[in-house]
Design a protein around this ligand. Sequence first.
Ligand code: GDP
Length: 432
Amino acid sequence: QPVLAVVGRPNVGKSTLVNRLLGRREAVVQDTPGVTRDRVAYDALWNGRRFTVVDTGGWEPDAKGLMASVAAQAELAMHTADAVLLVVDARVGPTETEEAVARVLRRSKRPVLLAANKVDDQRGVSDVHSLWSLGLGEPMPVSALHGRGSGDLLDAVLEAFPETPREVFGASGGPRRVALVGKPNVGKSSLLNKLTGEERSVVHDVAGTTVDPVDSLVELDDEVWRFVDTAGLRKRVKTASGTEYYASLRTKAAIEAAEVAIVLIDGSEPLSEQDLRVITMVVEAGRALVIAYNKWDLVDEDRRRQLEKEIDRELVRVRWAERVNVSAKTGRAVAKLAPTLRTALDSWDTRVPTGRLNGWLSELVAANPPPVRGGRQPKILFATQAQTRPPTFVLFTTGFLEAGYRRFLERKLRETFGFVGSPVRISVRVRE
Ligand code: GDP
């Protein structure tokens, strides 16, 4: 989601305006005395569009003096946000500090909006004209206190943002899409037959665009699911020329078409390279994942111990995925699949509110700062969850974060917020 950075000197009413923009959906955290919380980020929603509002903090004179600290804040805003909002007290008019900031912001490649605050009534409107001199375009009169003009300001903010890419899976509704994948002979068709045959409802064919019906609707645990691209499975067509390449293309297409994948593995045989490849495909496609070990009726104590070792050795990177041990033959644990799919999809859909995310992150980073690189300590400024499906986090930093530290952050994210059954992505935007 796009980021709006709000800049302004103390007492212009910046915090009041930020609260206004948020519609008080998230309580703005008060600064704790003694704790420098120089940036806070919150979620905002206007006209159905989500964005992140970052309060860049007051312009406090630091060692280098007020001007330098102000210019640094403006630079930071320009480099991290998709749009910048400068808040000025219209009753005071542009100060020297604001003129300095405007000089920096005029070089911005990102859109800059100018809010003339404290225009509480009609009389105040004449104060606004003096702000044209900042060279940032038309000042927008607002009263953060009374709410006057804030709707127009929000409209202008949305217009300033770049177009957002449309979500791949919109609120399309309908049954959730499942891919049942795995290498040949692990028991995919047997499992699908079990699921469709023994559950209360029978398979319905869903007409595809081609002659073949492609998907199957299956009722599991009082919910209808769409198992995608099951034509080959149901008819048990074993292609004569059944090349692995073709199978792998088909698997890939099924995963792409689905929201969650069940990767079926033959539990009675050693874990293979091919099994791992299918798991990798799911993770790379960013789909939710359930791992099912089939043919559990054939698994004895010895095999079981061996299997535990394989899991520890080969499946550590997908430790977050739930495993179910099933038997398509006896029906063992097949009923566990639906709740497991649901958990994975819930994680895949999860959105962590920006305020909560940043509260958690600032504590974590204070206790475990990123490793120093090239003599410099990278600072994590703030974070936002840019997307769901899968949950994707963007960290705004002053420097490169090592892969090891990113993995640490992911592990901690999972410890706190769960995400069982879903991949999680973390990307880092370094302020240039
Ligand atoms: P697919 O290629 O993944 O669709 O696998 P199939 O469903 O065709 O199954 C391959 C073979 O494994 C068949 O001979 C099945 O009867 C057998 N099979 C499938 N599931 C089980 C199971 O849970 N237990 C046992 N013992 N055999 C199974």
